[in-house]
Design a protein around this ligand. Structure first.
Ligand code: ANZ
Length: 850
């Protein structure tokens, strides 16, 4: 007897699928409705790993499912192939990053094909191909024309060992570089930015459209990252300075309690304010600035660190009461948030309080947080508005003194010590003071965002060259679009080692070009783009990856985009998704697409871990993709991923059983082998209870798949296989029509999780390939109703009706059915009902009187 041999089955079907290309989606006459299912594309860092095994198993369930439901499904794949690991490997081994990258792609592609995800391989792309990155450059130029790409000087995270800029995310909590381990410092550099902050409101507000189809966790992470704060800008007069200084505050109601001002030491304002100060102060400030520049943002904002600062010998004037406020420089104020300066309200802000206690600055309570704020809104008297009303002084026992306790009063309360605001609640006071500042021209309502502009310059080789030429006079000249792509020069003779400036600067022939405008000597920009630019729009390039006349065809975008289902890791919950959302909105504004969100639905899979720990080389707990696939087979690995639990949970590879999966697959496969009836068997015959199990499964599986309960579908499939086996072995036997029906349903469902086994079963059941293109069978509704019982309805002791009803029917429901029956109504006639006896599910007895 033939046995299940996964290796033989894989070897048999892979070349056939390669030949048939069942997942190509390029028939212009295809009239089926469309779905775009996209799995996050891999970075070619080596062979595939277990994380890939998970994401491509789960994404493929969705793609295969929609195909079975009659959709034309686009499911493409490519490689995110620019980036640092290739460059570091190249430096280490003295080779070209191209070789390393494309070798890894070849390896991954081979594994991916064996893994049998239903990709349309005709659309494969690599972001490191000039055919791709040309369009990164084109996009850059579109943003540049719109004023959305600009260069500025700013403080950036600098890794002194690797000699390159780091993104905030690459700096660890202890302030060291994630890669080199060096302590990261700040360095002022001229860099290119994309103006994502222009889109902050839309990036935030449009998240509402994704409610319910994106994980709540990701929506929250996006919201926090954008970090919108609502408040006010307040302008302060500075003694001895013509212009006022603005601060951003979320608590303008506490303005009467602002007793000093603090500016970020590394803001231009601090340097300017200290310029006229005494030499001692200048020296102290300079020394402090150096220290600050060598600390990380994380250190600066740490709450358990003693506050430090330097008094600048300058004063601001509080606009509401004319008090002089000393101005300090302190590192807890950040240069690039708000205006880089704060009005310090020590009684109500913990950081300000700690600073005030350290340097002995006045603390004035202006919100009585012991006063009730709910209940009646106080009547506002003209005295209150004029600030002349006598108000009870706060009870010194009831109102804690922050200067003594060290705890700022952050809560709700009523305003005190605040002139016209006295007695108001915090929110009313905020409104009132903003109105007053606006009327006086000394302030206004304002919003602020945590989101910063997107720094896209990298001083690295293996990326997209920035398409700008710098003239001798400093002019920025965009490379004319017909001269794209600006090709990366070969690495021959280039030193890729990090040295603080881009290696491309050393490619003399490449970097020195005539000015496109007047032919004078000019230089190419030698930085390359952040690789997040590549992945911010790749989902559009898949629509026509070989078109060398444009980035993408808007008509194809109209047909396919946005992506209906995006599948990938939660590690991309913030930046990648935010950048793709931003780029989509830019393309919308430029008229290239008609939608504003790129990914309509998002599924985040968990991680594959081992013994509760993340897999890593250093921990020595790596499980290798190829080893697992060789040992258990592709299908068993894929099925294990689906069966492990809800997709968003982590999978502990120590707790799952690929052996068990393989056994189940063998059992399912034997079932198809054992079927002896012909494909043209008469349906609607055969073992009735098996048919019921089959049709229940056919009815329930689609809803379960659409709500990502893949593991439940697998469990139900196991029940179906068991029920079928029983009928084959001890029931009606392998020739029964219900056995064939169950085996066909199993093959169809296994197509989602175990495509090789499913295809082989399909063939054994007498069909041509591919099972992936067969349509899901509709359940027969008559087989879905539960078994019924007969209830008898009597009127005055005579049986008038028999009802076929569920054995689980409730008494009142049975009575309602009985009273609605035509023969019963007729039997009752004009008579009055005096009693109804209900014994569900068997009897209803109605007693009447004339
Ligand atoms: C006065 C005040 C009183 C404040 C009070 C808070 C409480 P979020 O919510 O994060 O937007 N701030 C403003 N600019 C800053 C900067 N560049 N660096 C550090 N802190 C800055 O925080 C807004 C609050 O953070 C602002 O409101 C300001 O302090 C401070 F009882 O102003 B507040």
């Amino acid at each position: 007897e033939e046995i299940y041999d996964f290796a033989a089955i894989q070897a048999k079907w892979q070349p056939i699928w390669e030949e048939l290309e069942p997942f190509r989606t390029n028939d212009p006459d295809d009239t089926r409705p469309r779905k775009y299912v996209l799995d996050m594309f891999p970075y070619p860092s080596g062979d595939l790993h277990m994380g890939h095994a998970e994401v491509y198993a789960l994404g493929d369930i969705v793609a295969r499912y929609w195909r079975q439901q009659g959709f034309n499904v686009l499911h493409p794949i490519g490689w995110d192939s620019f980036g640092l690991p290739a460059e570091n490997a190249a430096i280490k081994r003295g080779i070209d990053p191209r070789g390393w990258t494309y070798d890894n792609i070849a390896q991954q592609k081979k594994s991916m094909k064996l893994y049998a995800a239903s990709f349309d391989w005709s659309r494969e792309l690599h972001t490191s191909d000039p055919e791709y990155y040309k369009w990164n450059q084109w996009l850059f130029l579109q943003l540049y024309k719109k004023g959305l790409a600009y260069r500025k000087d700013s403080w950036v995270n600098w890794d002194p060992v690797d000699q390159t800029v780091l993104a905030n995310e690459q700096v660890l909590a202890d302030g060291t570089s994630e890669r080199s381990g060096a302590v990261v410092v700040k360095k002022k550099l001229t860099q290119w930015y994309f103006k994502i902050t222009d889109y902050a409101d839309r990036l935030l507000d449009d998240l509402n459209q994704l409610e319910g189809t994106w994980p709540a966790k990701v929506l929250n992470m996006q919201r926090n990252w954008i970090g919108r704060s609502i408040g006010a800008d307040v302008d302060f007069v500075i003694e001895g300075r013509a212009e006022r200084v603005s601060v951003f505050t979320t608590r303008p109601d506490t303005l009467f309690g602002a007793t000093f001002m603090v500016v970020a030491p590394d803001a231009d304002l601090a340097a300017e304010l200290v310029a006229d100060s005494s030499p001692e102060v200048k020296a102290r400030f300079q020394a402090y600035l150096v220290k600050v520049q060598n600390s990380t943002e994380i250190e600066r904002q740490s709450t358990d660190r003693e506050k430090t600062g330097v008094f600048l010998e300058r004063y601001a004037i509080n606009p509401v009461n004319g008090e002089r406020m000393p101005i300090w420089a302190a590192d807890y104020v950040l240069a690039d948030y708000g205006h880089g300066a704060v009005m310090a309200v020590p009684a109500h802000d913990q950081r300000d309080l700690e600073f005030a206690r350290r340097f002995d600055l006045p603390v004035i309570v202006v919100v009585d947080t012991t006063a009730p704020v709910t209940g009646m809104i106080p009547v506002i008297t003209p005295e209150m508005l004029a600030g002349t009303e006598e108000l009870p002084t706060p009870d010194p026992v009831a109102t804690p003194d922050p200067a003594a306790t060290g705890i700022a009063l952050a809560g709700e309360g009523r305003l005190i010590n605040s002139g016209a605001l006295n007695g108001l609640s915090k929110s009313t006071a905020i409104k009132r003071i903003i109105d007053q500042l606006t009327a006086d021209g000394t302030g206004r309502a304002a919003k602020n965002y945590r989101l910063r502009d997107w720094l896209i310059s990298r001083q690295r080789y293996w990326g997209t060259p920035i398409p700008i030429i710098h003239g001798q006079d400093g002019a920025e000249i965009p490379v004319p679009e017909d001269q794209l792509p600006v090709l990366l020069p070969p690495t021959d003779g280039l030193d890729l080692k990090p040295k603080g400036t881009s290696p491309l600067g050393g490619a003399t022939d490449w970097v020195n070009v005539p000015n496109p405008i007047d032919g004078t000597p000019a230089r190419r920009d030698a930085d390359t783009m952040d690789t997040f630019v590549d992945s911010s729009w790749y989902f559009l390039r898949f629509l026509n990856p070989n078109d060398d006349t444009r980035a993408f065809d808007p008509r194809e975008a109209e047909k396919w985009a946005p992506v209906d289902q995006y599948v990938g890791g939660v590690e991309h919950a913030i930046l990648h998704l935010l950048y793709a959302r931003f780029m989509t909105k830019v393309l919308f504004d430029l008229g290239h697409v008609s939608f504003t969100e790129p990914f309509t639905a998002l599924l985040n899979q968990g991680m594959v871990i081992l013994d509760g720990a993340k897999m890593s080389k250093s921990r020595g707990n790596l499980v290798y993709f190829t080893e697992e696939v060789d040992r258990f087979g592709v299908d068993a690995v894929r099925l294990t991923m689906a069966f492990a639990g809800p997709p968003e949970d982590d999978i502990d590879w120590a707790d799952v059983s690929p052996v068990g999966s393989a056994k189940f697959l063998a059992r399912a496969w034997r079932m198809a082998r054992d079927v002896t009836s012909a494909p043209d068997i008469r349906w609607k015959t055969g073992d009735a209870s098996l048919r019921r199990v089959t049709h229940r499964f056919l009815a329930d599986a689609p809803g379960l798949i659409e709500s990502f309960k893949f593991n439940v579908v697998v469990a139900r499939l196991m029940e179906l296989v068991n029920a079928t086996r029983k009928v084959i072995d001890t029931g009606a036997g392998p020739a029964d029509a219900a056995v064939r029906e169950a085996a066909e349903a199993t093959a169809m469902a296994l197509n989602l999780f175990a495509p090789y086994t499913a295809e082989d079963m399909w063939q054994r059941l007498g069909y041509e390939p591919c099972v992936a293109l067969a349509q899901w069978r509709k359940a027969d509704p008559t087989l879905l109703v539960e078994e019924s019982v007969t209830a008898v309805v009597q009127v005055d002791g005579k049986v008038r009706e028999r009802l076929e009803i569920s054995p689980k029917i409730a008494g009142d429901e049975l009575e309602r059915l009985a009273r609605a029956s035509a023969p019963v109504i007729k039997a009752i006639g004009e008579r009055e009902i005096v009693n109804v006896i209900v014994r569900a599910p068997r009897l209803v007895s109605i007693v009447t009187r004339a």
